[in-house]
Ligand binder design. Structure first.
Ligand code: OOG
Ligand code: NI
Length: 453
């Protein structure tokens, strides 16, 4: 790509900062949560010099304070396909398929995110993107009405569409165009406190499912949360009430461990906001909330199967009282079956690592797999945990549910349809586990080449 163009990594970095600034203005509690997260991260780093240098080694220290994920929900295949093209300008590709219908939420989702080591280092900004499954609305008339309403809207500005096409034709954007792109793209995610429908229509859709009303009744897919990454989610959860934030009851995902795995998340409940409806009636809508996450090591398919299995065991034997302390104690108990030392995780093929050649080491000739183990023992090769960059369907459902006023809908037949999702998207989604495996393999090959070079 010619240097007259701004890199996609740069555009993504600018966009994620602009989005964060906009959301801080829209939802002041998000700013409070950012400050709390930063304070906790600083305290954790100060108390753990070992963690500090581990994060520095894996290039994560630099990214931790810009790291966020956001979430949006769209209503039609056309919207999803255009979003794919918009995120491509920022070097973000659809990774993973998440079926939420099984958990009573009528959507299926992917995460747009950067995929290469380099791009992730620069800014790992991700957007969890859900497509409403109108076919799951049982009442035919309501389904058709929702579809008509969605047909009438265009969630993209005219200029952003021109700039996306220009990017696709030229293979990049100039600095001037990139700046325009960021501003125009931001419009798609902005909050509007005026609905496109009258109050009665909103209420009918809301009665079917609050999420359907959220997607269908507004001009666009407002960003519904932005999530900073913390190094100690238990501490943030504990401190949330001290800054006036009311967290959801339990932290989603695995329990606290010496070697954190996958992803732990918690959120604060969605705000009730005043809306002007198309018939001039005033009403309330709740959609936007705050969330924090703590990320750990990425698991192989074998590791993921063990995680899913233990999570299911924990759910079946869950304590009657649903408070976080009891929930976490029970999880920790069940997860004793999951090895909690990096060396064991690696040797048992449960998790992914980056390999690095240690300076000064050198080996003659080609290197066999058996030698890799002895190179690690000798200290010529070092291994660094690879961070999980994706999401978890059960946790995501928990985050959704905590913001749907507790009304659960368990009547959606579990009918994952990745094919339909990909058809709407206009491309296949990338298999996240294959991606971690490729990155691990590439790092090993590079390290070995350095050692034998
Ligand atoms: C998305 C909820 C899922 C996560 O981090 O798992 C999510 C939504 O509410 O639109 O954000
Ligand atoms: Ni989220």
């Amino acid at each position: 790509m010619s240097s007259v163009y701004v890199s996609s990594d740069e555009i993504r970095d600018q966009f994620s900062r602009a989005m964060s600034a906009m959301y801080q203005q829209e939802v002041p509690q998000y700013g409070t949560l950012l400050s709390l997260t930063e304070a906790v991260n600083q305290a954790v780093l100060a108390a753990n010099p070992g963690l500090n240098s581990q994060l520095q080694n894996s290039d994560e220290l630099a990214r931790i304070n810009v790291e966020r994920h956001g979430a949006i929900r769209v209503g039609s295949p056309g919207e999803l396909a255009m979003l794919r093209r918009m995120f491509a300008v920022m070097g973000m590709e659809p990774v993973g398929y998440y079926d939420l219908a099984a958990a009573g939420v009528p959507v299926h989702s992917t995460a747009f995110r950067p995929v290469s080591d380099e791009a992730l280092k620069r800014n790992p900004f991700r957007v969890f993107t859900s497509l409403l499954r109108l076919e799951l609305i049982e009442k035919v008339e309501l389904r058709e009405q929702a579809s008509e309403i969605l047909k009438a809207r265009d969630i993209f500005t005219a200029n952003v569409k021109v700039l996306i096409e220009r990017f696709e034709q030229q293979g990049g954007l100039s600095a001037f165009d990139a700046e325009q792109f960021v501003q125009e793209a931001l419009e798609t995610f902005r909050w509007h406190d005026n609905a496109t429908v009258d109050l009665a229509t909103y209420e009918r859709l809301h009665d079917e499912h609050r999420l359907i009303a959220d997607v269908v009744c507004f001009r666009g897919p407002h960003i519904n949360h932005l999530t900073p990454r913390t190094l100690d989610i238990d501490e943030v959860q504990r401190r949330m009430p001290t800054v006036g934030i009311d967290p959801k009851v339990t932290i989603e995902g695995p329990p606290r461990r010496d070697c954190p795995i996958l992803l732990r998340q918690t959120s604060f409940k969605a705000l009730e906001e005043t809306i002007a409806f198309a018939d001039a009636a005033e009403g309330k809508h709740t959609a936007r909330f705050g969330e924090i996450e703590q990320r750990g090591i990425a698991l192989t398919r074998k590791g993921r199967e063990l995680y899913d299995q233990l999570l299911a065991v924990a759910k079946e034997s869950a304590p009657a009282v649903a408070n976080n302390d009891a929930h976490q104690a029970h999880l920790s108990d069940v997860f004793k079956a999951f090895p909690d030392a990096y060396e064991t995780l690696r040797c048992e093929g449960l998790a992914f690592f980056h390999y690095q050649a240690v300076q000064g080491g050198s080996v003659q000739g080609p290197i066999s797999v058996e030698q890799v183990e002895s190179l690690i023992e000798q200290g010529a090769l070092s291994v660094i945990p690879m961070i999980y960059e994706d999401f978890l369907p059960v946790s995501a459902a928990g985050i959704f549910q905590s913001n749907l006023g507790g009304s659960s809908h368990d009547h959606y037949a579990s009918s994952a349809s990745q094919q339909e999702f990909e058809q709407a998207l206009g491309s296949a989604v990338i298999d996240e586990i294959a991606l971690y495996a490729q990155r691990q393999q590439a790092s090993l090959e590079q390290a070995l080449a350095q050692l034998s070079g």
